[in-house]
Ligand binder design. Structure first.
Ligand code: TC6
Ligand code: FAD
Length: 663
């Protein structure tokens, strides 16, 4: 019989874990779908993944193609819904060309194509009769989208666009799926008609033949090479692409935002030009939800292992202390656990925000677009940075064993860390948020009402003067007190920056000079959004014994840990006193004691299979040591007792030394 080494931990839980699983999944339905599909993937040997770090690039890539094809076969055989298919790809857990096909190519056509274009291209993409990628970034420019150099010149004689890469730096560089697989791409290029330039637009371009998969005439395409980490993101064929005067029909420019007529005239529709950037907004909101997936996975591993691992503290020959009982371990681990839950909640809210803006856009209401852009950009940045740092912290929380590939953490880190760069470099995105905030502050006096996530700035006068009401540590558990401290901090930092900016004659010059401060303002605003969405969630009815209470503890841990880490902001803006800061820290310590007995159950609520976690340290049954020992012997180096190369290279040295010693 299997022994559950964590049974004792599980018996300590003070809440209904099954109900928490529903909260984590978002709904009973979502839980059931996820649970069923996770088991389906875990039980299928074709989806095995524990050997992939030992494969060379070519074998690794071929293996990914095999898995993607098999996943597609199962999706069709089982007639999975779109939701189920997307869960299946998630649990297969291997970055592949399909991520970009479903995650960017299809959304780009949906968001930027006309009805007619959608009718033509989407059925082909949905049946995978074509495979697409999203080719925006170039060798010379990624962040600066307006700086892209690829051109799309309209030729009125033939009613075509000529797509061309005029310089080396205009080569498309990075698009996933492009390197070896994609047959088509949405290519971003500067539109030129009648000798005039009209900014960057998306074009559907066929890259490879549907018969023999060779590049079409005028196209040079390949993979950009090995990336960070063994295995990891190297399952993806990030690509390079150059065009030499490649012709495409006029109707392959995505024309929802602007149209080019038969005569080459550019006609703007009434949707804002920024919708050309719409796919990025879509993907950024998805990345926020994904951050909670990656962070929860790392936290699950580190929490279970911290309960298994014992070090020091044995008295009279008894058991040593579980490392999870050290306050320093709790102080590093529990805020990450709280962040995983916080990002889950904010990810759910992002889904709502995105659905809302999509409906508004359909009704030609563009009023919330700037705020949605600021929220998706800011929260993408905040959550991915915290998650990347959090995964690395989890590795350290697992001591030496965390550095082993079999802990699951190195690969998770290597796959996750580019999220801080792709879909917008995190600093560049925070500067977008800061621009939005400075604009909001500058409009406060003009009577324009601050709405949505900036509504708090409407109370600027009160927030500039308010004094925190905390008298004892428990006061920090009151949502109103926490909210006011965070709102006052964000407002005061925004106003201070706006005042500094106004000292510059040239706003752009001021923006550049103060950009480091502006990034901090943006972070303060985004942290406030996370705290406020978590608090809002707790105002809802949440069923299940003790579930709400656990979430309240986690919400307080999230907020008070941020307050502690950013104490400089709160103190220097006079939002709280040093004494109140010290009380917040006392409360945080006491919250750790309340989280401690529930920690293992709180990570069980993520409902991850051992297959998905792929971590010996994070095994559900906690049977870590025998499995680590067993796994070591599976390494190919242990296939032979004396390694290849020993007789050739090492033995001669030993013999030489021996000879020298005898002389
Ligand atoms: C699995 C991994 C796959 C990865 C895939 C990828 O990485 S794909 C590649 C991913 N690549 C990247 O992510 C590249 C990152 N870079 C970018 O997104 C942009 O180039 C930029 C936003 C940094 C600057 O852009 P710029 O120089 O054109 O703009 P500007 O600053 O002068 O602002 C002009 C106005 O537009 C507004 N606005 C801007 N964006 C949006 C939006 N999305 N929506 C709505 N609005 C937006 C902005 O607020 C401003 O409004 P205002 O004040 O006039 O009312
Ligand atoms: C794994 C991976 C997958 C990707 N997939 C795709 C894809 O499918 N399709 C696609 O089109 N692209 C893709 N990309 C490209 C990605 O979107 C870009 O790399 C990203 O947008 C960052 O742009 P950059 O590389 O130009 O960085 P840079 O802008 O060159 O950044 C370099 C440094 O400059 C700083 N910086 C830049 N501008 C400013 C500024 N205005 N103010 C202050 N600091 C600044 C940045 O903070 C950073 O520290 C992918 C990238 C990676 C790593």
């Amino acid at each position: 019989m299997e022994v559950d080494h964590l049974a004792d931990e599980r018996s300590k839980a003070q809440f209904d874990v099954e109900e928490m699983k529903i909260v984590w999944a978002g709904s009973r339905h979502a839980f059931q779908v996820s649970d069923r599909i996770a088991r389906l993937v875990a039980s299928d040997p074709a989806f095995q993944k524990d050997h992939r770090a030992r494969l060379g690039r070519k074998e690794l890539f071929k293996n990914t193609l095999r898995k993607a094809a098999y996943a597609w076969k199962r999706i069709n055989e089982l007639r999975l819904t779109e939701e189920e298919a997307s869960r299946l790809r998630f649990f297969v857990d291997e970055p592949a060309f399909t991520d970009l096909h479903w995650g960017m190519f299809v959304p780009a056509i949906k968001g930027q194509g006309t009805e007619e274009q959608q009718q033509k291209w989407l059925p082909l993409a949905h049946k995978m009769q074509i495979i697409g990628c999203y080719a925006q970034t170039e060798l010379g420019h990624g962040s600066n989208v307006q700086g892209l150099e690829t051109t799309a010149t309209f030729d009125p004689q033939t009613d075509e666009f000529i797509i061309h890469s005029p310089t080396l730096t205009s080569s498309k560089w990075w698009p996933g799926g492009l390197g070896k697989v994609a047959t088509h791409g949405v290519i971003y290029a500067r539109l030129l008609t009648n000798g005039q330039e009209h900014g960057v637009h998306g074009f559907i371009v066929q890259i490879r033949s549907l018969d023999d998969h060779l590049p079409l005439p005028g196209i040079t395409v390949g993979d950009i090479g090995i990336k960070f980490g063994s295995g990891a993101y190297n399952t993806m064929d990030n690509g390079v692409l150059r065009f030499d005067q490649v012709r495409i029909p006029r109707n392959q420019m995505l024309m929802r935002v602007s149209q080019v007529t038969r005569e080459g005239k550019v006609v703007q529709s009434d949707v804002p030009r920024q919708l050309v950037y719409g796919t990025m907004v879509f993907v950024r909101k998805t990345i926020v939800g994904d951050a909670s997936n990656a962070l929860s996975r790392a936290v699950c591993i580190a929490t279970r292992y911290s309960a298994v691992r014992r070090q020091f503290g044995s008295q009279k020959g008894g058991l040593e202390t579980q490392v999870i009982d050290y306050k320093t371990q709790q102080n590093r681990l529990f805020p990450l656990l709280a962040s995983a839950y916080a990002f889950r909640v904010v990810g759910e809210w992002m889904e709502w925000l995105y659905t809302d803006v999509t409906q508004r856009l359909k009704a030609n209401d563009f009023s919330t677009l700037p705020e949605v852009h600021a929220c998706t950009a800011g929260l993408k940045s905040l959550t991915t940075s915290a998650t990347a740092d959090g995964i690395e912290e989890c590795r350290k929380l697992c001591g030496g064993h965390g550095y082993l590939h079999s802990s699951g953490l190195p690969e998770l880190f290597a796959v996750y860390v580019p999220a801080c760069t792709y879909e917008g470099d995190n600093i560049v995105l925070l500067l977008q948020v800061a621009r939005f905030l400075m604009k909001t502050v500058s409009q406060l006096g003009s009577g324009k009402k601050a709405v949505g996530t900036t509504a708090y700035m409407g109370r600027v006068e009160q927030l500039m003067q308010c004094r925190c009401d905390v008298q004892n540590a428990e006061d920090w558990l009151k949502p109103s007190i926490v909210m006011e401290a965070f709102e006052a901090r964000a407002t005061r930092m925004s106003v201070a920056c706006a005042r500094n900016l106004s000292k510059f004659g040239n706003q752009e010059e001021g923006f550049l000079e103060l950009s480091a401060d502006l990034v901090e303002v943006a972070v303060a605003h985004c942290q406030l959004i996370v705290v406020s969405k978590f608090i809002e969630k707790l105002q809802q009815d949440i069923p299940g014994k003790g579930v709400k209470n656990q979430l309240e503890n986690l919400c307080s841990v999230y907020a008070l840990n941020i307050l502690h880490k950013h104490l400089g902001d709160f103190l220097s803006t006079g939002c709280i006193t040093p004494m109140q800061a010290s009380l917040a820290n006392d409360q945080l310590r006491s919250l750790y004691s309340q989280v401690r007995p529930n920690a293992v159950a709180l990570v069980d609520a993520f409902n991850y299979t051992d297959h998905f976690l792929s971590s010996i340290l994070g095994r559900y049954d906690g049977n870590v040591y025998p499995k680590l020992y067993e796994d070591a012997w599976k390494d190919p180096l242990n296939d032979s007792i004396v390694p290849d190369g020993f007789h050739e290279y090492v033995q001669p040295i030993l013999k030489q030394q021996l000879r020298n010693a005898k002389l």
